[in-house]
Write a protein that binds this ligand. Structure first.
Ligand code: DQQ
Length: 524
């Protein structure tokens, strides 16, 4: 493995080496958090897909333990693909996963812990009844994968959905079971959309509408709505609706690819194949997503690894000592001010901007409906009126390298529109990297609240949360110069109007402890 590793992260989850993709079966069980993930034990590119397994007490520090499931039998000999865990009554966790069987047919399999009294759940055994669900009756064996966490209706029957494409359209096929082994396909899918193709890694869960607490996947009452998430087009999209378990009917309020161009996404940069779980200890729902690389495959082979996981929960805070903060500082037109005193390659920063002259906002052209396109036309270097203002992260002192996360405010009739951008075009002097600019509109009214931005910076990733997390943008960058102590953080305003930083706090983030205790296996 390469020793020069400026891009490995300090507090994001990573295996010591090799390829990682989708998070699988995250769960909380008897005081421990478990994370499984798609892993190639033999290299830094996708292949030989196995479920690797790690455990944690706090979701920050991790111990890698033995792989949970590896290809071994006709129903998964060509790969153990994505799936989920469900905790059955009596604190019994189970895994439902997609096996790539003989002839590369996709089927759904079950696995259970070998020894429930092992707190780490190291060993998993595959059900003798595998496969439990097979691609018959019009299901394409290439488009049948990624079972969700199952939920139980008031009738005690388990339900689960599997991602598919039927007649070219993204579909969540629904199955029901009394005993978790014999599954019957429902006549109707839970949902489908003619506007999308194959749905990978669906997720379906309730959210409380009267409380900010998360709720168990099987709970459902008049105070819950349901979220359906599907992965396609390289993004994770979600819709909201109400779910009636009696008829397994999901009535949607919004649909994927709604005409307004305002698709609901978890993240408008990189974030894919994500999955949630209910943390019963803290009464919260936690989201994990895979962040892939923006460098080339040969770069990954040189690095010896590929892929990060991002974990998200509502209003997370880091508790390290705060090292800088300023209040009520004017950010004059044309100014760039350094945020000193932190390790800017490994930091958490939050800033709140107050707009002094909202009436100076530029007029919004009605044809500007695609925020990513708008950001790529109006990069950070393009001067505006109210904006661009925001942060320059992973910047060299002379700003040769910089990743700009910023806002622009537009006006249309009596409405204000807040655009958030992440511009990677100057993130590295290196060539051959994907430097796509990302963008999102934030659903907020800048007349009534300040615009907040929080960015989590970690060597080759910056995750930005705008407007209290109403829009998230994750980017991967590989600066050549702005690494380690040569990385700086700035606030900037390239608009003609002044703005005010009402508050800025920044922290250096500590390194997470991520260790391996894998048993050494004897070579066969
Ligand atoms: N990754 C898995 C599939 C899933 C895809 C294979 C999504 O199960 O559909 O590694 O990234």
């Amino acid at each position: 493995q390469a020793t020069y590793q400026p891009y490995r992260t300090a507090y994001h989850f990573q295996p010591p080496k090799n390829w990682m993709n989708d998070p699988n079966g995250p769960m909380y069980h008897k005081g421990l958090y478990h994370l499984f993930y798609q892993y190639n034990p033999y290299g830094a590119v996708w292949g030989n897909i196995t479920w690797a397994h790690s455990v944690s007490y706090d979701l920050v520090n991790w111990v890698h333990i033995d792989h949970a499931i590896s290809p071994s039998q006709p129903s998964d000999i060509n790969g153990c693909w994505s799936g989920s865990t469900t905790i059955l009554p009596g604190e019994k966790p189970t895994i439902l996963y997609t096996g790539i069987g003989t002839k590369n047919r996709q089927v759904q399999n079950l696995a259970m812990p070998k020894n429930l009294s092992d707190p780490l759940l190291r060993e998993w055994i595959k059900s003798p009844y595998n496969p439990l669900m097979t691609p018959i009756d019009g299901i394409d064996p290439d488009f049948f994968r990624d079972p969700t966490t199952a939920w139980q209706g008031p009738d005690k029957i388990w339900r689960v959905i599997v991602g598919s494409q039927i007649n070219g359209h993204g579909t969540a096929i629904l199955y029901r079971s009394k005993d978790f082994v014999n599954w019957t396909r429902s006549d109707n899918p839970l949902h489908s959309s003619v506007k999308t193709e194959m749905w990978e890694c669906p997720d379906f869960f309730p959210v409380g509408i009267s409380s900010t607490n998360g709720v168990d996947t099987s709970s459902q009452d008049k105070y819950t709505k349901h979220v359906l998430k599907a992965s396609f087009n390289h993004h994770d999209y979600y819709i909201l609706g109400s779910y009636m378990p009696e008829k397994d009917k999901f009535s949607v309020e919004t649909d994927f690819m709604d005409s307004t161009g305002m698709d609901l996404r978890y993240d408008y940069g990189k974030f894919y194949a994500s999955k949630t779980f209910f943390d019963s200890a803290m009464k919260r729902r936690i989201l994990w997503g895979w962040i892939n690389e923006s460098d080339s495959e040969s770069d990954d082979i040189k690095k010896g690894w590929s892929g990060l996981q991002s974990g998200r929960l509502k209003k997370s805070r880091n508790y390290g000592p705060r090292t800088v903060s300023f209040h009520a500082k004017k950010l004059k037109s044309g100014s760039t001010i350094e945020v000193p005193g932190i390790t800017a390659s490994q930091a958490d920063v939050e800033v709140s901007f107050e707009l002094l002259n909202l009436e100076e906002a530029e007029l919004m052209d009605p044809s500007w409906t695609d925020p990513q396109l708008l950001c790529s036309q109006k990069k950070a270097s393009v001067r505006g009126k109210l904006g661009p203002f925001g942060l320059l992260v992973f910047a060299t002192k002379d700003l040769t390298e910089q990743t700009a996360i910023y806002f622009r405010i537009f006006r249309r009739k009596d409405k204000y529109i807040v655009l958030m951008c992440s511009d990677q075009s100057r993130s590295s002097v290196r060539e051959g990297l994907d430097k796509t600019t990302y963008g999102a509109f934030i659903d907020m009214d800048p007349r009534h609240e300040n615009i907040t931005l929080r960015s989590l910076i970690d060597h080759s990733i910056v995750e930005s949360f705008g407007g209290e997390g109403r829009a998230c943008i994750t980017a991967r960058v590989y600066p050549k110069l702005a690494i380690h102590k040569q990385a700086y953080l700035f606030a900037f305003n390239h608009g003609t109007s002044h703005v005010k930083i009402s508050r800025l706090n920044a922290w250096t983030m500590e390194n997470a402890q991520i260790v391996s205790t894998k048993k050494r296996r004897k070579p066969h």
